[in-house]
Design a protein around this ligand. Structure first.
Ligand code: ATP
Ligand code: SF4
Ligand code: MG
Length: 347
């Protein structure tokens, strides 16, 4: 017998593979008196019900800004263009009132900094309950009962007791679970998890990932998982989007990305962790060369300065992410799909 929540089971099975969240040509820039930073440049991705899409890329490549833009949570200094469709609804250009009706209900996010996202002066039960009262109109008593159930769902022992505690009384791993409980309180169609396991020890990490996996299995939640940990990607993701300097450079199923990466940047990342003797390394490695400044939007490949395969064309024309579906790569000279993942490509 299926244990899926009826609303989400319906959502997940409506049209298999239909995207619940569809981001098209999303660009974000921040303007100050002296310069403009182009943090995200024409990014597109989709995620379907019950699917886990991982977003990877080195620090500063725009993963969090992309997610905050999808949530409509960027500061007024940000200029956002493009389309963000949730189900059939366009969120780009929506008013704050319209967005706050969606946020936490249909679209939820686990933020990179759990401590700063929880209110230190409210019990965790109250913080979970507030979401339920706002979006589902539950009474205080009903919300309190549901908060205990949600704490149990995310694997917090003795939830009846914990519900009355304050954030500082919990460990980092427990606070992260509370953030997940708040994020999933209203059974969102889409959950964006920004580095949900960073700074947690390995056992706690495994527990958090199990919670996310069980959510997608039981509730059909579509999950966008941002992580630096390639081990987490290998274990948890169905598909992977690789970002570099605000742009998408490769998108593929997790299997294809690990066995046959085609973009030189992706290969650089993976060859460092897949090389014999490096199996224990899971974090994204440093690769040689400087990350480009985000103040320009060159009509060129932004990886050209670090790429050993760059030629004149790479410096004068921007490669598009092609083909439209399947294993997609933005490179004028992608590596042959048959080249072993742990070696730099022979061409
Ligand atoms: N409010 C802001 N104002 C100006 N620039 C910003 C702002 N927020 C982010 N940025 C810039 O946007 C770029 C992308 O930042 P973002 O936080 O998305 O990176 P990230 O990929 O999430 O990195 P990390 O892996 O370290 O979390 C960075 O250059 C960052 O400095
Ligand atoms: S387009 Fe050129 S510079 Fe960019 S990754 Fe491909 S080969 Fe390297
Ligand atoms: Mg980030």
């Amino acid at each position: 017998m299926s244990t899926a929540h009826p609303k989400n089971a319906e959502r997940a099975s409506a049209v298999p593979g239909t995207p619940v969240l569809s981001v098209r040509d999303l660009s974000v820039s921040f303007r100050s008196d002296t310069r403009t930073v182009h943090a995200v440049d024409s990014l597109s991705y989709e995620v379907a019900a019950g699917e886990v899409l991982a977003i990877v890329g080195e620090s500063g490549c725009g993963k969090s800004v992309t997610s905050m833009a999808v949530m409509g949570l960027l500061p007024p200094t940000a200029t956002v263009t493009g389309s963000v469709r949730l189900g059939g609804r366009e969120l780009a250009g929506a008013t704050e009132k319209e967005l706050s009706a969606v946020r936490g209900k249909d679209l939820a996010m686990i933020f990179q900094e759990p401590m700063t996202s929880l209110n230190p002066v409210l019990t965790i039960g109250r913080q979970i309950g507030e979401v339920l009262r706002r979006h589902q109109g539950l009474s205080r008593k009903e919300a309190g009962e549901r908060a205990v159930e949600l704490l149990a769902l995310v694997g917090i022992p003795a939830p009846e007791r914990r519900v009355a505690e304050y954030p500082h009384q919990l460990s980092g791993g427990m606070r992260q679970r509370v953030m997940i409980a708040i994020a999933v309180a209203c059974d969102p169609a889409v959950l964006i998890a920004d580095e949900p396991t960073t700074a947690l020890d390995v056992t706690v990490q495994a527990g958090i990932l199990e919670v996310l996996q069980s959510l997608r299995e039981r509730l059909g939640t579509a999950i966008v998982l941002i992580t630096h940990d390639l081990g987490v990607v290998a274990d948890a993701a169905d598909r992977v989007l690789v970002m570099y300097a605000g742009r998408a450079v490769e998108q593929a199923s997790a299997d294809e990305l690990f066995t046959a990466p085609r973009h030189p940047y992706t290969r650089g990342l993976l060859s460092a962790v897949l090389r014999p003797g490096q199996e224990g390394k899971r974090r994204l490695p440093e690769i040689p060369g400087l990350v480009p400044s985000l103040t320009a939007q060159p009509d060129a490949c932004t990886f050209a300065a670090r790429c050993t395969h760059a030629d004149e064309r790479c410096g004068t024309a921007r490669p598009a992410l092609t083909p439209d579906t399947g294993h997609r790569v933005a490179c004028w000279h992608p590596v042959a799909a048959t080249a072993p993942a742990h070696e730099e490509a022979a061409r």
